[in-house]
Write a protein that binds this ligand. Structure first.
Ligand code: GDP
Length: 456
């Protein structure tokens, strides 16, 4: 997050005094910090668009682009060079056949002066990563391929367009920018009919997934590969019918959600390593952290790094590395949540949740004893449904009177869930980011849920 870090570094160079703390805090609140997650079917053009954003916003120089272009050409993958920007190492690039692209799924990249962009690669088995990506995002960019046949494949059953949209909604991505990509493709050729067809098919689906299409969804056509309608509006000679915004304008106009730097400190740990002590990584979901803070009984913050830069303090929404003393790396498990002494997080092995059943494997029934894998913030744990408590009427949204023993696809049900190991979670109503989850079996998302009660 280079830009963010720059802002904070200036603060660091000043004399540190208590009086300035409040100033920092006011300053931090003014900072524009937007987390964006790219979602969509594999090959829709997420990486290409991401690479193009980097290029157009001046984050990659011409020489590097030429190098990628040459490399891509040598491997007969000319059209992939933009996507190469998103890749970090040679080994991953070699593997980048479309459907097995297993690049690390989230790269924090910066667009323009102030926006943080998170990228997700659309391979099926990477949905769990999308979950952690989306739970960090304020807005989703849903990339759809307009190329003949590709929109259809992504959209039909088993395609990732639907699954990603449903997950994004449940994971709290409240706004979507739907970019209809590959408009330059010969099968599309900036056709208004094709664009309208995709928009009109997507709208009812987005609505049924819970999006208020008028307020929270915006469509626009682009070519990620050609960089058209991205930094500047598409030329009328190419697309005479488009009068709306380009992608950068649309991202610039996104309102940043308010974050409370004074809330209790919460940082779910997504990675850890040893480097002159114990270092943990993750995004601050709530509150702030600064050097010298005491966390648990003996754990103390030695240093805070935002991207490569050491910063004095960091607030909500920042992706950090935090160097700690008083705890060994071996004692930390990913999924632990770093929090302050004053209001520690709940640690439970059982909780109550409201679940929405999406699609059970082979139309199985969902009942007590059902086992699945729970994905909640950075936690992945096996769990078991121990009791179905109440079914919610889909029309009235109220609990139904009659006792519930099993439910099927589409049902909403309140149930008690048990996990094998203790986990750190919060009630959805207190901390949405730490209280929403998905249940998966055999690599498929079968339900999404919200934690409604914590019991020991
Ligand atoms: P991802 O799996 O969603 O990240 O998709 P990629 O960015 O890897 O793109 C998949 C393929 O679609 C690559 O061959 C790209 O060159 C191609 N592609 C992506 N965007 C465009 C575009 O705007 N126009 C055309 N014609 N091809 C594109």
């Amino acid at each position: 997050v280079p830009v963010e870090a720059k802002g904070i570094m200036e603060v660091k160079s000043k004399d540190v005094s208590a009086a300035e703390d409040t100033e920092d805090e006011i300053e931090d609140n003014k900072k524009r910090h937007l987390n964006v997650v790219f979602i969509g079917h594999v090959d829709a053009g997420k990486s290409t668009t991401g690479g193009q954003i980097l290029f157009l916003s001046g984050q990659v120089d011409d020489r590097t682009i030429q190098k990628y272009e040459k490399e891509a050409k040598d491997k007969s993958r000319q059209s992939w060079y933009m996507a190469y920007i998103m890749d970090t190492n040679e080994e991953e690039r070699v593997k980048c056949a479309p459907d097995i692209w297993v690049k690390a799924c989230l790269s924090g990249i910066a667009y323009g002066p102030e926006v943080v962009v998170l990228i997700f690669q659309g391979h099926k088995s990477y949905v769990p990563n999308m979950i952690s990506g989306a739970s960090q995002a304020d807005i989703g960019v849903l990339v759809i391929s307009a190329r003949k046949g590709e929109f259809e494949t992504g959209y039909e059953r088993g395609g990732q367009t639907r699954e990603h949209v449903q997950l994004a909604k449940t994971l709290g991505v409240s706004k979507l920018l739907v970019v209809v990509n590959k408009m330059d493709d010969p099968t599309v050729n900036w056709s208004k009919e094709r664009y309208d067809e995709i928009e009109s098919k997507m709208i009812p689906f987005l609505r049924s997934s819970g999006y208020n299409v008028k307020k929270d969804v915006q469509f626009l056509p682009i070519s990620g590969l050609a960089g058209a309608n991205m930094k500047t509006r598409v030329d009328k000679s190419i697309c005479p019918w488009w009068n709306g915004q380009c992608l950068f304008e649309a991202l610039d106009a996104v309102e940043i959600p308010q974050r409370d730097p004074k809330g209790p400190f919460r940082l779910p740990i997504i990675d850890k390593f040893k480097d002159m002590g114990t270092v943990v990584m993750g995004k601050v979901e709530s509150g702030s952290v600064r050097e010298g803070d005491n966390l648990l009984a003996q754990v103390k913050v030695l240093a805070v790094y935002c991207d490569e830069d050491k910063v004095r303090r960091a607030g909500p929404g920042e992706n950090l590395r935090v160097r700690l003393s008083g705890i060994e790396e071996e004692d930390i498990v990913c999924g632990f949540v770093l929090c302050g002494v004053a209001r520690p997080i709940a640690v439970v092995s059982e909780f109550v949740a409201q679940l929405q059943i999406l699609e059970l494997l082979d139309n199985a029934i969902f009942t007590a004893g059902y086992k699945a894998v729970l994905h909640i913030h950075a936690v992945v744990e096996e769990c078991e449904i121990v009791e179905l408590m109440q079914q919610i009427d889909l029309k009235t949204k109220k609990p139904m009177r009659k006792k519930v023993l099993f439910v099927k696809n589409g049902a909403i049900v309140v149930c008690r869930i048990q996990v094998n190991n203790v986990i750190c979670i919060e009630k959805f109503s207190d901390f949405p980011q730490l209280g929403r989850f998905t249940l998966r079996t055999e690599g498929k998302t079968i339900a999404v849920g919200k934690v409604t009660d914590l019991s020991a």
